[in-house]
Design a protein around this ligand. Sequence first.
Ligand SMILES: Cc1cc2nc3c(=O)[nH]c(=O)nc-3n(C[C@H](O)[C@H](O)[C@H](O)COP(=O)(O)OP(=O)(O)OC[C@H]3O[C@@H](n4cnc5c(N)ncnc54)[C@H](O)[C@@H]3O)c2cc1C
Length: 417
Amino acid sequence: MRQLDIGVAGAGPAGLAVALFLSRAGHRVEILERFETPAPVGSGLLMQPTGLTVLAALGLFDTIHALGNRIDRLHGADAVSGRTVLDVRYDAAPGGRYGLAVQRAALFNTLHDAAVADGITIRTGVNLASTEQRGDRVVLKNVGHEEVGNFDLVIDASGARSMLAAGSASSRAVRDLTYGAFWATLDGADAVYDRSALSQRYDKAKVMIGLLPAGRATLGERDQVAFFWSLKVADVEAVKAAGLDRWKSIIRDHWPDCAPFLDQINDWDRLRLARYAHRTALPPYAGRLVFIGDSAHSTSPQLGQGANMALLDAAALSHALARSDDIPSALAAYGQGRRNHVRLFQLLSLAFTPFYQSDSSAIAWVRDRLVSTIAKVPPMPGLLAAIVAGTLIDPFTSAGLTEYDWQGEPGLFSGMA
Ligand SMILES: Cc1cc2nc3c(=O)[nH]c(=O)nc-3n(C[C@H](O)[C@H](O)[C@H](O)COP(=O)(O)OP(=O)(O)OC[C@H]3O[C@@H](n4cnc5c(N)ncnc54)[C@H](O)[C@@H]3O)c2cc1C
């Protein structure tokens, strides 16, 4: 493939990673971001072996590892009975895999610093709204219909509510999910009982409270915890009207261990409301506009795959461009390569979400009685570990990656197959 002019919409994990891969492959890459200063949005997230392998291929494994907190287990208990209803351990599947909880700022800084070090241009304050195909070029336009760039290829990495995806025929309308969550990044990692676990408490499927020890935003800072509480987006105003003290007492009643974290929340502004949306773009391209990350497939974060799939997309697209003679065949190869993995995990996310976020007591009963029992019977522990790790089907080969060697010598991994 000749050297291309590539415009990347959005400086999130997907946009920064794809820009790094493609500029290192010799293309001229420019990122266009709506924020005046690119910044991460949200609290913590769980990097899976998939996303960590992509970061390793970018030479960023040690950087992210130094900031994150190793997670070996996902544990959830019924808040009323104390009974364990979810217990997934990465080591139930062979390979020595684990997760890494990170603050969003840590992931963002890791990728952003690398992009700056590589001299990638990041143009800020550009709110992108549409594209226009002109022959073999794509023109990017902002919300004021002004032309802001002209490229051989535009990669849309502008997230779940991408306006570029909304305007594309291949992208179905985004479906807002009923439940969202309040999130906060809080101090007091020492107060977490099991620092190697994502811990959750449930009351049926209506209440879900979580604590994720998420490491530090930058080296030298203290470790923090991502705290979340699931709620219906339509109930947010009523919850706020009832008052912060009432909200805190509900959480304390469900999970007394949260007290030291709740003490730090003295204002609703300390909490950030995350809304979830579900959408899958099939195929993930239209002409010379290609979708990666949440703009291609967004869902609830119940399975903790979104940022990891965004990184896999970035690797897969750059791999497809490197192996193809022209842009249309590269985009077709990218769509084909990611198709099964994306479909499977979109389906699993849709299927799992109601077990943790819904009004149905019946579904919660099935989860607590049936699923939690079946989950202990082989081969279920290994299968659940592979679902959480994102490796239930091979996500690496089509992205041109070899999986990180979890038990090997650090520093010896090149990442590319
Ligand atoms: C509460 C919550 C918890 C989550 N937990 C996890 C987890 O544990 N593990 C996991 O893997 N994933 C998790 N996710 C999902 C994960 O955050 C997303 O999948 C991931 O951020 C997608 O990356 P992205 O780069 O595609 O999009 P984004 O991170 O949304 O980045 C998009 C970028 O595009 C920019 N942009 C948007 N619109 C425009 C525009 N019009 N013009 C120019 N720029 C624009 C934005 O400012 C942003 O910089 C979670 C999500 C939420 C909401």
